[in-house]
Design a protein around this ligand. Structure first.
Ligand code: IPD
Length: 301
């Protein structure tokens, strides 16, 4: 496998940005752990959902809600990770950063699609990725393994660097199906997913971009969970996805799913890393077309 090295003979971490520098066996066991913990958290979130979910608090804006279950899910994930991998760091959406000494950090979204969860729309997920490097700095980290669990459909998406991406049904008990991105070539044939920020002002600009794209693509989907949008790109269920304002916990696992399914993920510029400023993902041709269009539109051209 290109880039693969022997982890036993080199100091740790081998290369903060090369996920293939992590021993293959360890990458496989990290994927298994991500799946196991995300499935357990997904069951907690789904089975423990009260008939009427209360907003526990709000964060960045009045639209950015946190439910009690976001907090309980993150607590469970942290407890399980601490028991299994006490030397790893954790970056969680609700509780922030806990340092580690192994060079690996878990990036946790305890419920991605919280507004869907609030309204009992099925498109929500638990997203867990383990990354090399510093996930708080764009371009300074790289996912090694991850899982995205959609508890309401029972789908468990997972991937490890160099090991492909797959989906299993039945809360992970089903047979694995290998994922492959779609092959849409032209903008007119692209089924495009996107998302909108919690900041009402930012949405004004986002509406302009999507209004320009809408008549020129096959159609647009706004499903409300960035981690699942990326899984859908990986599965070829949409051709491309872009969004401004996501955080590492929204996208870390999904990004790996896309690249391991043969797709491309970037920031706004072709060479830019994905960041809060922009994430664009798709099959190679759809990614290139959508990224160039979004870049042109945001530049006001
Ligand atoms: C949000 C969802 C949404 C996306 C937002 C995210 P949260 O995550 O992924 O689809 O548009 O940018 O913040 O708040 O539900 O974890």
């Amino acid at each position: 496998m290109p880039g693969r090295r022997d982890a036993g003979s080199r100091p740790w971490p081998l290369d903060p940005l090369d996920p293939l520098s992590v021993d293959e066996e360890l990458r496989a066991s990290l994927e298994d752990l991500a799946v196991q913990v995300a499935v357990e958290a997904g069951r907690l979130v789904r089975d423990g959902r009260p008939a009427a979910v209360d907003v526990h608090r709000t964060k960045s804006t009045d639209l950015d809600v946190v439910t009690l279950m976001d907090t309980r899910s993150e607590t469970l994930v942290r407890e399980r990770l601490d028991a299994a991998r006490p030397d790893d760091g954790v970056l969680g959406e609700e509780e922030g950063v806990t340092g580690g000494s192994s060079g690996l950090t878990w990036v946790v979204d305890p419920i991605d699609g919280t507004v869907n969860y609030l309204y009992d729309l099925p498109a929500y997920a638990v997203s867990l990725a383990v990354v090399l490097g510093d996930p708080t700095r764009p371009g300074a980290w790289s996912p090694v393994a991850g899982a995205v669990v959609a508890p309401r459909t029972g789908e468990v998406f997972s991937a490890r660097a160099g090991g492909g991406a797959r989906v299993r049904g039945a809360d992970g008990e089903g047979e694995p199906v290998r994922l492959r991105v779609g092959d849409a070539q032209d903008l007119a044939g692209v089924l495009l997913a996107t998302g909108f920020a919690y900041d009402r002002e930012v949405r004004v600009g986002q509406a302009r971009v999507v209004a320009d794209l809408l008549p020129r693509v096959r159609d647009v989907r706004r499903m409300g969970a960035a981690a699942l949008d990326l899984c859908h790109v990986a599965a070829g269920r949409v051709d491309a996805y872009y969004e401004v304002g996501t955080h590492a916990w929204d996208v870390a696992a999904g990004m790996l799913l896309v690249t391991e399914a043969g797709g491309v993920v970037s920031g706004l510029g072709a060479q830019d890393p994905p960041s809060e400023a922009m994430v664009v993902a798709g099959g190679p041709a759809a990614h290139a077309t959508v990224r160039a269009e979004v870049e042109r539109l945001l530049a006001g051209r």
